[in-house]
Design a protein around this ligand. Structure first.
Ligand code: SF4
Ligand code: SF4
Ligand code: SF4
Length: 266
């Protein structure tokens, strides 16, 4: 496929990491139109089509989940129902219409309200950089079943939070270190250690972009119903404050995070 000088110059302005892809797309679309020479008009037409597709894919929010549902052995909780319920709350909030009423000009993906759910504290879906991040957790407790002093729980704990006695029995959990990942109880062959409180840690206010910051965690472990109610609360706050389509994370002050912490304390 031949390219005119102007078309070459236009495609060189595309960021280098997507240039090859864009070039291939322009060539395909030009070829599909029965031409063998790419002009500036062909490059612009492809760009316009791409921008149209992009804006039609914007729905006002993004809900991401980790790959836990596909059978990850590290899951602390099974969060399928939670993901579905969050999707429902987000769809009911009609954020696309809300954003269209607030944002001047075209909507972009970066305007969307982002939520990420990870089924364990490994946090593969990056909840720390989302408006709302949710981590599945299981808190260890001791049962009355005798400990076999096998040391499996200590070996499974990456945080060195399982404390053994001099004779090798599991003695206590150091909750200043424990991240409630559930690995120790999964490794315990006797049932001496088991899951106590299970649920979700919730963090808010994470974002990337020009002023990146990590989400801050609200205290406590929350059940799935409470998480859904919290998200409803966050959405009300967001809609009342986002006058120009600013992200939830942009709007939150430390005082707001403190107020949410107190309101949802568990
Ligand atoms: S966050 Fe945990 S459960 Fe989800 S995919 Fe990663 S390791 Fe597996
Ligand atoms: S839940 Fe995880 S972090 Fe806590 S003690 Fe068990 S293995 Fe360690
Ligand atoms: S609590 Fe369970 S895994 Fe830990 S030492 Fe005792 S029997 Fe082994």
């Amino acid at each position: 496929m031949q390219w005119t000088e102007q078309a070459e110059a236009a495609v060189k302005k595309v960021p280098f990491f997507v240039r090859k892809k864009v070039r291939a797309r322009v060539e395909k679309e030009t070829g599909d139109a029965g031409k063998n020479r790419v002009t500036l008009a062909d490059v612009k037409a492809t760009q316009a089509r791409y921008l149209n597709i992009m804006s039609s894919e914007i729905k006002g929010y993004q809900v991401d989940a980790c790959f836990g549902q596909s059978g990850c052995p590290n899951r602390a909780v099974a969060g399928e129902a939670l993901v579905e319920n969050i999707e429902r709350v987000m769809a009911d909030a009609d954020l696309l219409r809300f954003l269209k009423s607030r944002v001047q000009g075209d909507l972009k993906f970066h305007h969307e309200f982002r939520i990420s759910i990870a089924d364990c504290p490994n946090a593969c879906s990056q909840p720390q950089i989302k408006d709302v991040g949710i981590l599945g957790v299981a808190s260890p407790v001791f049962t009355k079943i005798a400990c076999a002093a096998c040391g499996a729980c200590r070996d499974a704990c990456k945080e060195e939070a399982v404390l053994l006695s001099e004779t090798g029995e599991a003695d206590a959990i150091d909750f200043r270190r424990c991240v409630h990942c559930g690995s120790c109880m999964a490794a315990c062959p006797t049932g001496t250690l088991t899951a106590g409180k299970t649920g979700y840690r919730v963090m808010i206010g994470g974002k990337l972009g020009r002023h990146p910051r990590l989400a801050k965690e609200l205290p406590g472990i929350h059940d799935a119903q409470a998480v859904v109610r919290m998200i409803g609360d966050f959405l009300s706050f967001y809609k009342s404050r986002s006058t120009r389509g600013q992200r939830f994370a942009q709007l939150l002050t430390d005082a707001d995070i403190k107020a949410f912490s107190e309101k949802w304390a568990r």
